[in-house]
Design a binder for this molecule. Structure first.
Ligand SMILES: CC(C)(COP(=O)(O)OP(=O)(O)OC[C@H]1O[C@@H](n2cnc3c(N)ncnc32)[C@H](O)[C@@H]1OP(=O)(O)O)[C@@H](O)C(=O)NCCC(=O)NCCSC(=O)C[C@@H](O)CCCCCCCCCCCCC(=O)O
Length: 719
């Protein structure tokens, strides 16, 4: 809907009304169309101001409508009518002007923004392009390079950046609406032709072709296989080379090819999943809307290795005072220097002052007496962590929340080392913690709803996408990663090379294949975990076969590389070869290929050609199968939680929705059939045996993903 009022005598005020973000639903488009018509035909109206109710201009087209047949007036004719009108229209932008919301503002003749407003064309993140003239008007307003950047990344800009770029005419810290009304009066009667963006020529770089080719190359590299960024570049090329009306035609055609695409469906599913995970629930019935978070005025981080430093930076950047603790002065000094430089660098990027005064470095645990929450980030060692938790429990206030940044250890055991186990939760950050968006909030059987609510709320404050998950080895993300990684090394035993496996995964859309990731993070990380699990090292029973552990197939290849000192990039060699320790460019390594051949012959293994399809099916379906087990076990509340974790923490390509969405897109019967096939071929790999939830879903007729929770509920109710 839109409300029409007359103010200040001659100004028509049109207010978009569609909470919470004034999305351009059919009713809103109808309201705007009617109100603009009324304003243009009323002789007493000299100018129009367009604004959004409740301090939000407009969040764009109504994404929920995309899945339904379109009704109501089209966005493009509505926007065109505003620009073509003979009375000046001023957009008063508060809150957000995103997507169709910004396109609406671009059709207005003037734009005034509150200094806290954010603007952008994020359609690419929904698998679309800004197809209400955004790809054609923005380049005509701010030039091709700047427009291309905003359109292909979908990034939001602040009002101040928008002013610098020339997107808005004024930025104010006053009442935006009042200023817009004054402004509208002041421009009434002035010629409108120069203000109509459709009539302007875009400013282009002199070497337009090579500029656009470079841009195309970059978007293809950034999101392999994603079609929307490519369409964005094509649409901007049309703006740069064609008259406006032809550019609009091209924009429409490109949008039509994306609108019903599987990629757009996947990315819009990601958008809504991200919001769904905020409405978390625990098996106990505790939920986001019945559990109250406690305020965190001061926090602490213990252990200032890579993770601890990133967590401390995140807290400071969110404006939370932090006590950062190391055990010894020398380590503390090194960490202090590192944290300070990150804070300075990040602040410089944002054009702000670093909030160095918010962080206090200490080696004294007594400094934790006043904090509301501690995040322990010491070495991943249960005995050490238990010791830290015992000390925290005696030093901190009795109601302080104690969180562990572990990637797989049992949160419950740590809770048991404290006096108040209900205040203990896991906060699994991802490296680098001040950059990565994902946070797994891990609740143990004794974690209180308040502790979970507080950690979830804190995650939000830190700008993270927080997902509440149950306690098990590896939680959700790393637990699913294990069968995926195992398949990848089994494939090497069977004849594949790291290059083949990585290529298949990268063509699927992962930024890096499993072996490149392993080289980057260090092979010793997994080695340590496997030692802890008794799969390698002194814990292995004497006489146990090298390729069998705990009755199942085991591949010792990663352990053998570690024993040879091939730990990945940091040692200059791992699955690939690097020009020096710390080198980044992976080269195929003939030594590794020989080593694989020798290994196979030593173990009597026959190499066979491994197809790209087999790589994808074995790696991805075993990961997905574990996802179904996680749902069955109640470790994740729904498939959206798993998919959000994978998209934000594990490089799963958003245009494929997430592993569980992908299973639905491929077809659950197909996934089941393939798993059955591979588990028959490899009976010694239990992870390939289809989970009972997958079987149930198929038996239930493979319902759409939003109905899976109902099937999971019936499984739980029968347990
Ligand atoms: C706006 C935000 C930044 C606010 O963030 P905040 O954290 O405050 O709040 P939430 O994110 O939690 O959101 C609250 C609530 O609101 C819902 N919501 C938000 N935005 C929208 C929206 N745009 N539509 C619907 N609902 C929205 C959100 O889901 C929450 O509700 P929930 O119940 O889920 O908790 C933030 O929300 C945000 O970033 N929003 C998205 C902004 C965005 O991406 N905007 C762009 C939208 S797409 C668009 O605008 C497209 C236009 O360019 C062009 C449209 C042209 C259409 C032409 C169609 C031609 C098709 C031709 C094809 C023919 C094919 C054929 O049939 O042959």
């Amino acid at each position: 809907m839109a409300r029409y009022t007359r103010i200040a005598g001659s100004i028509a005020l049109i207010t978009l009304k569609n909470p919470p973000v004034n999305a351009l639903s059919a009713a809103v488009r109808q309201g705007i169309t009617d109100s603009v018509g009324r304003a243009l035909s009323d002789p007493e109206v000299e100018a129009v101001v367009l604004c959004g109710e409740d301090g939000k201009f407009c969040g764009g087209a109504d994404i929920k409508e995309f899945a339904r047949p379109m009704t109501g007036p089209g966005l493009v004719p509505m926007i065109d009518a505003i620009e073509a009108g003979e009375k000046p229209v001023v957009a008063a932008i508060e809150g957000v002007a995103l997507g169709g919301g910004l396109e609406l503002a671009l059709a207005c003749h003037y734009r005034i923004a509150h200094y806290k407003a954010r603007l952008g064309l994020p359609e690419v993140t929904l698998g679309l392009i800004p197809a209400a003239g955004g790809t054609q008007r923005l380049p005509r307003l701010i030039g091709v390079p700047a427009a291309l950047d905003l359109i292909t990344t979908g990034r939001h800009v602040s009002a101040h950046e928008a002013l610098k770029l020339g997107i808005v005419d004024r930025v104010t810290d006053r009442n935006t609406l009042e200023l817009a009304v004054e402004f509208a009066k002041s421009v009434s009667g002035q010629p409108l032709a120069p203000r109509r963006l459709s009539t302007r020529q875009p400013s282009c770089p002199t070497d337009l072709d090579s500029f656009l080719e470079g841009a195309m190359l970059r978007v293809r590299q950034r999101a392999r296989g994603a079609i929307a960024p490519v369409a964005c570049v094509q649409a901007v090329r049309a703006a740069a080379t064609l008259p406006f009306s032809q550019g609009m035609e091209q924009e429409k055609e490109l949008m039509a090819s994306l609108f019903t695409s599987a990629q757009a469906r996947a990315m819009q599913y990601c958008f809504f999943s991200q919001r769904t995970v905020g409405r978390w629930s625990m098996p106990s019935g505790a939920r986001w809307d019945n559990s109250k978070a406690q305020p965190i005025h001061k926090a602490a981080v213990i252990g200032l290795g890579t993770m601890g430093r990133g967590i401390a930076v995140s807290l400071v950047q969110a404006g939370i005072p932090v006590v950062a603790v190391e055990m010894e002065t020398k380590q503390l000094e090194v960490a202090k220097h590192a944290v300070t430089s990150i804070l300075e660098r990040e602040a410089q990027k944002r054009g702000k002052e670093p909030k160095l005064g918010l962080i206090h470095f200490s080696i004294d645990l007594q400094d934790l007496r006043e904090v509301d929450l501690v995040i322990e980030a010491v070495f991943e060692d249960m005995a050490l962590k238990k010791q830290v938790f015992r000390e925290l429990s005696s030093v901190c206030r009795p109601n302080a929340f104690l969180c562990t940044n572990t990637s797989s250890l049992d949160v419950n055991q740590l809770a048991a080392a404290t006096r108040m186990p209900e205040l203990v939760v896991g906060m699994h950050f991802f490296a680098p913690a001040h950059v990565m968006k994902l946070l797994e909030v891990v609740y143990g059987p004794r974690s209180s709803p308040v502790a979970v609510a507080t950690a979830m709320q804190l995650g939000k404050r830190l700008g993270k996408v927080s997902v509440a998950v149950g306690n098990c080895h590896g939680f959700v993300g790393n637990r699913m990663l294990m069968p995926y990684m195992e398949q990848s090394v089994f494939l090497l035993e069977e004849g594949a090379t790291p290059e083949q496996v990585d290529q298949a995964l990268e063509e699927f859309g992962f930024p890096m294949g499993v072996f490149r990731v392993s080289d980057l993070s260090g092979l010793d990380v997994g080695w340590k975990v496997r030692k802890g699990l008794g799969l390698t090292g002194p814990g292995v029973a004497p006489g146990e076969s090298a390729r069998i552990r705990q009755g199942r197939r085991y591949c010792p290849l990663p352990d053998l590389l570690c024993k040879q000192g091939r730990l990945g990039q940091k040692t200059g060699k791992g699955w690939y070869l690097y020009d020096k320790p710390g080198g980044r460019v992976a080269k195929s390594d003939p030594w590794l290929h020989n080593f694989l051949e020798e290994y196979r012959s030593q173990h009597g293994l026959q190499a066979h050609p491994v197809s790209q399809q087999e790589v994808l099916e074995r790696c991805l379906y075993s990961l997905i199968n574990e996802g179904f087990r996680i749902l069955e076990d109640g470790i994740a509340a729904g498939p959206e939680d798993i998919d959000t974790i994978y998209v934000f923490g594990y490089g799963w390509p958003p245009h494929r929705g997430g592993p569980m969405f992908h299973a639905g897109a491929v077809g659950l019967p197909t996934v089941l059939e393939k798993l059955e096939h591979y588990s028959q071929a490899h009976p010694d790999i239990p992870q390939l045996q289809p989970s009972s939830l997958l079987r149930r879903l198929v038996t239930a007729g493979s319902p759409p993903i939003h109905k899976w929770r109902e099937v999971v509920k019936t499984v739980h109710s029968q347990l």
